[in-house]
Design a protein around this ligand. Structure first.
Ligand code: DAH
Length: 346
């Protein structure tokens, strides 16, 4: 190996590379060629390995030629890459043209289910009075759903809640959200202001106002010196926010084992506004929830001293509230998932 041979090999490499580049038809081929010639283990390195055998005087000369050849090849590669690259881009742009004048595909917009929307609105109103929303279990024990709420086994009041049992001994599907009160009173220290929305289940004959599956929203307030007047004031605020400012309201006596006294809370009929019509059974009033002062037995069951703490609780059906607000006449609509119904609550 001498200077002339090596120089010739370098020139040959440059020429061969130039013609191979001319024949490369895409960027990938150019890059493969670049790696093959200029890469770490490429042909240029291979040729230069011969340098070691040359006399020391000749080595810089070969180095100079090699640098020129490398620069030439690099420039040729870059040029070819640019040409082929822009040709490829052109082809892609031509293939992927988008006709921006075509009509778009409509986006199908969803909306909250009216039961959920109603619960969110209830929670939002009570949140303004400092009530915090908690989630409590759908599968309960007999203790939580009944006994701790002052409804002993075999007590006739159980007839109010036709119960669905599950295959686990001692467990049932909660018939109301009231057992949530027990969970909260056992885990949160007073003062308590809680809103407990959730699904409830009953073994009911289904009709326009009864379902076997429905939601309730429970409210609970426990503090020192809480009175029935506080309950009345709070529920008035709620009724006005939900159904309209200035709507008349009233308490009627009611019965629930877990409250004493117990009341039903009515709002003036939203259809006739008082005189009486078919929608309100000609009474002029619509009942929207049950409520009362938490029974001392229930407080004691949760480890609270009734001499120190008082409180009130209330429970309502968000579907019923939505039915009153939107004049919906059949509770079954809430479970049928008919888009013609659901689409009206955007
Ligand atoms: N749990 C009752 C029901 O399902 C509703 C209710 C009434 C809840 C009075 C309460 C209450 O918290 O105080 O019929």
């Amino acid at each position: 190996m001498n200077l002339d041979d090596l120089s010739r090999d370098l020139e040959t490499l440059a020429e061969e590379t130039a013609s191979a580049l001319a024949g490369a038809s895409d960027v990938a081929a150019v890059e493969a060629l670049e790696l093959d010639v200029l890469g770490k283990k490429g042909r240029l390195t291979g040729v230069l390995r011969g340098i070691g055998a040359l006399p020391a005087d000749d080595r810089p000369k070969v180095g100079a030629i090699a640098n020129r050849v490398r620069a030439t090849i690099e420039a040729a590669v870059a040029e070819r890459r640019t040409i082929l690259g822009s040709a490829e881009l052109d082809a892609r742009l031509r293939a992927e043209t988008i006709d921006v004048t075509m009509p778009g595909r409509p986006i199908r917009r969803g909306s909250l289910h009216p039961s959920i929307e109603s619960m969110a609105e209830i929670a939002r109103i009570f949140a303004q009075f400092g009530f915090v929303t908690y989630e409590t279990p759908e599968i309960e024990t007999d203790e939580y759903n009944f006994q701790d709420l002052n409804i002993p086994q075999d007590h006739p009041a159980r007839d109010l809640w036709d119960t669905l049992y599950v295959d686990i001994p001692g467990r049932l599907l909660r018939t109301h959200t009231s057992p949530g009160q027990i969970h909260v009173m056992r885990t949160v220290k007073p003062p308590i202001r809680a809103i407990l929305p959730g699904r409830c289940f009953r073994y009911e004959a289904i009709d326009a106002s009864h379902g076997t599956e429905f939601f309730q929203v429970e409210g609970l307030m426990i503090d020192e010196g809480t009175t029935l007047g506080d309950l009345r004031g709070l529920l008035d605020e709620f009724a006005h926010a939900m159904f309209g400012a200035g709507k008349k309201t009233r308490f009627r006596p009611g019965y629930y084992p877990f409250t004493e006294p117990s009341v039903a809370f009515d709002v003036e009929c939203l259809v006739c506004g008082g005189p009486g019509c078919p929608a309100c059974g000609r009474s002029g009033w619509m009942t929207i929830l049950g409520a009362g002062m938490v029974h001392p037995v229930v407080l004691r069951n949760c480890g609270l001293d009734p001499e120190r703490y008082q409180g009130f609780a209330f429970g309502m059906g968000p579907e019923r509230i939505a039915m009153l607000r939107h004049r919906i006449n059949d509770i079954r609509l809430f479970l049928e998932n008919d888009l013609r119904f659901l689409g009206q609550f955007r």
